[in-house]
Structures are given as structure tokens and as C-alpha cells.
Design a protein around this ligand. Structure first.
Ligand code: ZN
Ligand code: ZN
Ligand code: ZN
Length: 258
């Protein structure tokens, strides 16, 4: 085994159930229809690498008993993927080194504006602050002993990456995969990719678009993630199974091994 992936959250930016929604999926009692905001934990060789500090990070860290974090990769600066960043303080002591963080260049400038207090030279009196070292990446890099390949994708206006590691790729927010990035996704054992809902969306792949990508890339196994409240897990899983493409709808708490 090279790595274990835990799906900490598989929901779209609102999460599922969505606040103030009474639709059948939001009202569903199935645990498979309860989705925190998108994030995964990659464990390999004794290291724990978090991809995105979701808006639900605190709940995820408690639910999945995350003991340590050795590095954090960010896909982009949308709130659902970033706004749990303050809670990484729980993994630091006064003497521990900053947690190494990596993301696209635009992400790095956005986070410095939005969370400027994290980057002050002097820690404010009376307030604990996460301590991170932030690196903008555009080429292959190593984080906590694991090699990662940034996969630039189109997702509205936000500069956004997926990441390839070992023989897996994680691309939670994407509308289009540019040709250069497509080449970096050949020969995958596991593809984890955005499939928001059946209806088209301006910045996310919908089910049919994601299925087309699977037909072209032919990964051995695919998990759909970043799911909204228009997808009922059980019903959609049954129709995907009929395609014979080895696609599953991911769910919170799902663990897979590479
Ligand atoms: Zn998102
Ligand atoms: Zn709903
Ligand atoms: Zn996004």
C-alpha cells in the first residue's frame, strides 16, 4: 500500500443538507446524503497530507480523529475549500515549525489578503494564529515525502488545481480540463473528480460531462465528488453502475487505498 485516502467531505459549497432546504435529498436520513464541504486526507509513509481546509474542517478533524497534519495542499481560494484554515492551530504548539502549505500562485495572493492576520510579522497579543509557510507551486513538488503534480483546470475565475499523486488524481472543482492537463491524467488507477449534479452548471462539471471525461481518460476506478442536493446517493449510484465504467459516487468517510 502506497497511500490511504479518506474523504473528509464530498459536498458542494453549501454542504448537504443545504440550510433551509426541504428537498428529498436534504430531508434524506441516509448517511450517504450527508455531505460536508470537500476535502480529503492522504496518509502515506507515516505522513498526513490534507487537501484543502474546508469550511467544515473542525468537524472533520473531530469526526475522523485526525491526529497530525504534516502538509496542506490547496486547490483554490473558494470559501468552501479554505475557510477552515484557522483551525489548523490545533496541530501546532509554540515551538512547532510552520505547517508547509502549497497552492496555485493566485491562491497564495488571495489567502494573504483574506487572512492577512496569519501573515503579520508579529503575532497579535491574545490571539492564536495558524503558522504556515506558503509556497506557490506550478511544477511537480514534494510535500511530506509524497510527490505531487499540479493539474491546472478551468473553474470560473479562480485559478484552480487538481493534484496527481501516485496513480491517483483529485480534482474537486472543475468545468474544463485543458489539453496540457489532460495529458497529465493518463493511466490513472483512481480519478476523483467533480460531478456536481445532473443539470449543467457554469463552473462545475455535471454528471454527463464527468462521465464523458471518464470515457476518454479510462481510469481503472472513478469517484465523483463535490455533490449537491440534487443527487441522491443511492439512486444515482444505481444508474452509474449500469454504465459499466466503474464509477462510484463518493461519500463522507469513504476510505480507499492506493
Ligand atoms: Zn468547491
Ligand atoms: Zn435540498
Ligand atoms: Zn470552487
Amino acid at each position: 500500500m502506497k497511500a490511504k485516502i479518506t474523504f473528509l467531505g464530498t459536498g458542494t459549497s453549501h454542504g448537504v443538507p443545504k440550510i433551509n432546504c426541504g428537498c428529498e435529498v436534504c430531508a434524506s436520513e441516509s448517511v450517504f446524503d450527508k455531505r460536508l464541504r470537500c476535502s480529503i486526507l492522504v496518509e502515506s509513509g507515516g505522513s498526513s497530507i490534507l487537501i484543502d481546509t474546508s469550511a467544515d474542517f473542525r468537524a472533520q478533524a473531530l469526526k475522523y480523529k485526525i491526529k497530525t497534519i504534516d502538509a496542506i495542499l490547496f486547490t483554490h481560494a473558494h470559501a468552501d475549500h479554505l475557510h477552515g484554515i484557522d483551525d489548523i492551530r490545533a496541530y501546532q504548539t509554540k515551538s512547532s515549525p510552520p505547517i508547509k502549505c502549497f497552492g496555485p500562485p493566485a491562491f497564495c495572493s488571495d489567502v494573504k489578503k483574506r487572512f492577512s492576520y496569519i501573515f503579520l510579522d508579529k503575532m497579535p497579543i491574545g490571539g492564536g494564529t495558524p503558522r504556515i509557510s506558503l509556497s506557490a507551486v506550478s511544477q511537480n513538488f514534494e510535500a511530506a515525502g509524497v510527490g505531487f503534480v499540479p493539474i491546472p483546470v478551468v473553474h470560473g475565475q479562480a485559478e484552480t488545481y487538481g493534484y496527481r499523486f501516485f496513480n491517483a488524481a483529485y480534482i474537486p472543482d472543475v468545468k474544463e480540463i485543458p489539453r496540457e492537463s489532460f495529458k497529465k491524467l493518463e493511466g490513472l488507477d483512481v480519478l476523483i473528480i467533480d460531478a456536481l449534479r445532473a443539470r449543467p452548471h457554469s463552473t462545475h462539471l455535471c454528471l454527463n460531462e464527468s462521465i464523458e471525461i471518464v470515457r476518454t481518460l479510462k481510469p481503472a476506478k472513478t469517484y465523483f465528488t463535490h455533490i449537491d442536493h440534487e443527487i441522491m446517493h443511492e439512486r444515482e449510484s444505481e444508474s452509474l453502475a449500469k454504465l459499466g465504467l466503474n464509477i462510484e459516487i463518493a461519500y463522507d468517510g469513504l476510505e480507499i487505498w492506493l
